[in-house]
Design a protein around this ligand. Structure first.
Ligand code: SF4
Length: 390
């Protein structure tokens, strides 16, 4: 397998499943994009072309700019073969709302800046950054657009490989700026989340890149094993993957629990977790198709069965209007306070944070069990510790 450079996507693939890396670098194997990827590509292209256009105009957008960006989105979406009609509307809304928020005073340094760099240790890096904006003489913001519905959490942002790659690439490309803010702009939900990397984070990331480059370089096509993971349902190469095909045909083997060794137990735990992720994502895709077909009045039936839908209702009350009806001494016991909104409030009014933390009541949910690797000789270590304690 010939590796020309390390990209954040390549690293993530390698950590998820080595077979996927082999597929990605095999030029004879076509990747199969799903509609989520296609809408992502079309929205990215529309935002990029719009930003480039506005860089020349340097004004607030007018109707022709909206038309231009939406046309760009539609052209790329159809060219990509986006099938789900609802996604066309989603894409148009994302592009329109992005333009509504456009700030012509933003000092854009680069749009869709491809990079091809080499680290001091000789590791070639490749990638592209959606937008780089100058914040002040010391600071730039590296912005990546996302079309996902859920934003990464603060902890996930800190660990994100793509953002670490951007931080490192921007530190080499724009050394005149001391600080880099890393921003994910979730255009579907109009939410921006940001993070940064310290010097020591960056040093560790460079060591990580060196090690990844070595590991990936050693990967031979014949050694690459498929590794089921929760993203298999979204894998561009699932249709080429024998393990995925096997999984779809597979029946669940459920040996008696009493006969299982701990190793069998952990093995089955991991396999079932990965399969559940794949099945869940497949079911989400089926639901999406069903809802689109229902919306157009198209039934799904065959083999003596048909799909039908029921809809649960949820009733909400406006607090202000309820307060006009129910006396306040009766109202308070009926209310619950949303933690997310309290957190946002405390961010806007930091003076309240300490008092709110003091009165917070923390309850724990049912435990969540996960597996992790342990050193082979950990039990020896525990035994030694116990003996020395005795
Ligand atoms: S479907 Fe899953 S196991 Fe198969 S190549 Fe893709 S990520 Fe790997």
């Amino acid at each position: 397998m010939e590796l020309r450079g390390l990209s954040a996507t390549g690293i993530k693939d390698f950590l998820q499943c080595q077979l996927k890396v082999v597929f990605r670098y095999d030029h004879d194997i076509q990747s199969m994009k799903n509609d989520h990827m296609k809408i992502g590509t079309a929205v990215h292209e529309a935002l990029e072309q719009f930003t480039l256009r506005m860089q020349h105009k340097k004004s607030f957008p007018d109707e022709s700019d909206y038309d231009f960006a939406i046309k760009t989105f539609m052209d790329i979406a159809t060219e990509q073969g986006l099938e789900a009609m609802g996604f066309y509307e989603d894409g148009r809304v994302m592009v329109t709302e992005f333009i509504d928020r456009y700030d012509p005073s933003e000092e854009v340094i680069s749009v869709e800046g491809f990079f091809k760099l080499t680290t001091p240790d000789g590791v070639p890096l490749v990638g592209a950054m959606d937008k780089i904006v100058k914040i002040n003489d010391d600071t730039i913001a590296v912005i990546d657009y996302k079309t996902a519905r859920n934003a990464l959490t603060t902890y996930e942002l800190k660990d994100d490989i793509q953002l670490s790659m951007y931080d490192y690439a921007a530190s080499l490309m724009y050394p005149e700026y001391k600080n880099r803010i890393l921003i994910l702009d979730y255009v579907r939900i109009n939410k921006q989340v940001s993070t940064y990397r310290t010097d020591s984070d960056r040093e560790m990331f460079v060591d990580f890149l060196n090690s990844m480059w070595m590991q990936m370089g050693k990967l031979g096509e014949e050694d690459a094993k498929p590794r089921f993971n929760k993203f298999c349902g979204w894998c561009d190469y699932a249709s080429h993957c024998p393990a995925y095909a096997g999984l779809i045909k597979d029946r669940l083997e459920l040996p008696p629990l009493a006969d299982m060794t701990d190793a069998d137990f952990l093995d089955q735990w991991e396999t079932l977790s990965a399969k559940k992720g794949i099945i869940d994502s497949r079911q989400r895709e089926l639901k999406m198709v069903a809802s689109q077909r229902f919306m157009t009045g198209d039934n799904i039936s065959g083999g003596g069965k048909e799909l039908y839908s029921t809809q649960a209702s949820r009733t909400n009350y406006d607090v202000v209007k309820v307060a006009e009806v129910i006396p306040h001494e009766h109202l308070f016991p009926l209310l619950t306070v949303n933690k997310g909104r309290i957190d946002r409030y405390a961010k806007d009014f930091p003076d309240t944070k300490v008092a709110l933390d003091r009165i917070a009541e923390v309850n724990y949910n049912a435990p969540v069990y996960r597996t992790r690797g342990v050193p082979e000789d950990e039990n020896d270590g525990v035994a030694e510790q116990n003996e020395s304690a005795a």
